[in-house]
Design a protein around this ligand. Structure first.
Ligand code: AMP
Length: 478
């Protein structure tokens, strides 16, 4: 299961949390369109509303009105082909001996089966095959023996993989980021309370101020009365493993992740793409929407270098068509590209064009778009991609297709160029990505472009030092 999701948690002084949670989920809708949910706590009991569908369809006025309390968490979940599954919709909530627990998870654990079987032996019954329920049960068990902070630390020492979590224990909202900070999570100040969210765009939507990113391995505990928060650095790792693909494709360009505005990073990647593999054509065209910032950076760099090139819109996007990845078959995916994008003939006809997109996964989009450009009268079609070739699957939370489906898994760039029928094709280097993020290869998760993962994935090669925790039934040291 590859969960690519958005999470949020809010504690307010004396306002209901339901509506701000609802607005935040709207701001995070791009992170998941399969299901949406909110769990609140009113000081006495939990209230929950979780359903399949888009945020706007899942909640109506009555639903929001019954979500009482000034503390709550929310979740949007991304669809994976073939696994549209109501049991995995979140937040996951349970009541147990020492209180109620709600959990929203973005990421993917790689040692769930071990923990699940250990807990099952101890009598825990599971209702889904997801990671989140396993984290919830592990935490519930630790809470029987320890205080909240120690219980979270014990669970963090047992689970391995990527996770950004918002958790609600009774009316206390917590945020946790995995020790290598693979998925994003940040804290915002709302004036009369605090918010934890996958992306800062959710904080902006609430007119709040971004305080900072939650640090890798850090736990943030919001005060239930909305007056502040406490932080605990619970687990330290030697390096980080920030997902570079959040910056390339997944996150909103108006979000700040790990102290970088995604828009600036994409523009910088576009500039580097020109510096590394620029080609001078009559016009530079973005593939909307994610190609836009790349193409504007690329065109700027071209113009700075003295090229006589126009930056124009050559493709119109139908904003009512969802992401092509929800199409289960290749035939449907091809049709979806055509539904989604239509050329603006006058910007293309008789011209040499450079098409800029953020990534090639299966190759469906590029193949279709090159053909569309030719049908619209382009004389030459050059394709430039703002990421390195994607050669391996993602196990850390991005739905990226299996290895067999990835066009770059077993083809050279020249073979891909032939297949998509472009006049030329170039990708961005891995070093350019690390440079643009002011980081190093060792502090990024580059699994999908190197096949080397920062976590110990069964049946995958990795050249990094990976410490998979040993799971012991006795409490880990505090
Ligand atoms: P493909 O057509 O399979 O080569 O997919 C590439 C297109 O999908 C590009 O236009 C990307 O912007 C977009 N894309 C890249 N990664 C993903 C993803 N994980 N989920 C959905 N769309 C993606």
């Amino acid at each position: 299961m590859h969960e690519k999701c958005g999470v949020v948690g809010i504690s307010l002084e004396d306002r209901s949390a339901a509506r701000p949670l609802y607005y935040s989920l709207y701001a995070l809708q791009h992170r998941g369109q399969e299901s949406a949910g909110i769990v609140t706590h009113d000081g006495f009991q939990q209230h929950s509303h979780v359903e399949m569908g888009l945020v706007g369809d899942v909640f109506d006025e009555d639903d929001l009105a019954q979500l009482n309390g000034s503390n709550g968490i929310g979740h949007v979940r991304y669809p994976t082909a073939g696994s549209v599954n109501a049991c995995c919709a979140q937040p996951f909530s349970v009541s147990f001996k020492s209180g109620s627990l709600g959990l929203s998870h973005n990421g993917n654990l790689v040692n769930t089966p071990d923990i699940r079987s250990e807990l099952a032996d101890l009598g825990h019954a599971f209702t889904s095959d997801g990671d989140t329920e396993v984290i919830a049960h592990d935490l519930a068990r630790n809470l029987l023996e320890s205080d909240l902070v120690r219980a979270v630390k014990r669970t963090m020492n047992r689970i391995h993989g990527s996770y950004s979590l918002t958790i609600m224990h009774d009316d206390t909202v917590l945020g946790v980021r995995d020790p290598q900070g693979n998925r994003p999570l940040c804290i915002g100040d709302l004036g009369d309370g605090y918010v934890l969210a996958s992306e800062s765009a959710a904080i902006d939507t609430l007119d709040g101020e971004l305080v900072r990113d939650v640090q890798p391995g850090e736990l943030v505990v919001l005060h239930p009365d909305g007056t502040g928060y406490d932080t605990y650095q619970l687990v330290d790792a030697d390096s980080t493993a920030h997902c570079f693909f959040e910056h390339v494709y997944f996150a909103r360009p108006d979000s700040n992740i790990d102290e970088k505005l995604v828009y600036d990073v994409r523009r910088e990647l576009g500039r580097k793409l020109y510096e590394e593999n620029g080609i001078d054509t009559d016009v530079v065209l973005p593939v909307p929407d994610s190609g836009r910032a790349f193409a504007s950076g690329y065109a700027d760099a071209a113009q700075d270098a003295g090229a006589d090139v126009d930056f124009a819109e050559g493709l119109m996007k139908n904003r009512y068509v969802g992401r092509t990845f929800i199409m289960p078959t290749q035939d449907e995916r091809e049709r979806a590209v055509r539904l989604k994008l239509n050329p603006i003939k006058n910007t293309v006809e008789g011209k040499s064009v450079t098409l800029i997109d953020d990534s090639i996964v299966r190759g469906t989009t590029s193949t279709q778009l090159v053909q569309l450009m030719r049908d619209a009268g382009a004389e030459e079609v050059h394709v430039r991609i703002g990421a390195p070739p994607i050669i391996a699957p993602c196990y850390m939370g991005i739905d990226m297709a299996s290895r067999e489906e990835l066009i770059a898994a077993d083809k050279s760039i020249e073979e891909i160029r032939e297949e998509i029928k472009a006049d030329s094709l170039s990708y961005l280097s891995i070093d350019a990505i690390a440079d643009a993020l002011d980081s190093t290869r060792g502090d990024l998760c580059l699994g999908c472009v190197t096949g080397e993962y920062p976590y110990d994935i069964e049946d995958e090669a990795t050249d990094r030092e990976v410490n998979r925790p040993t799971i012991e039934p006795s409490p880990a040291d505090d």
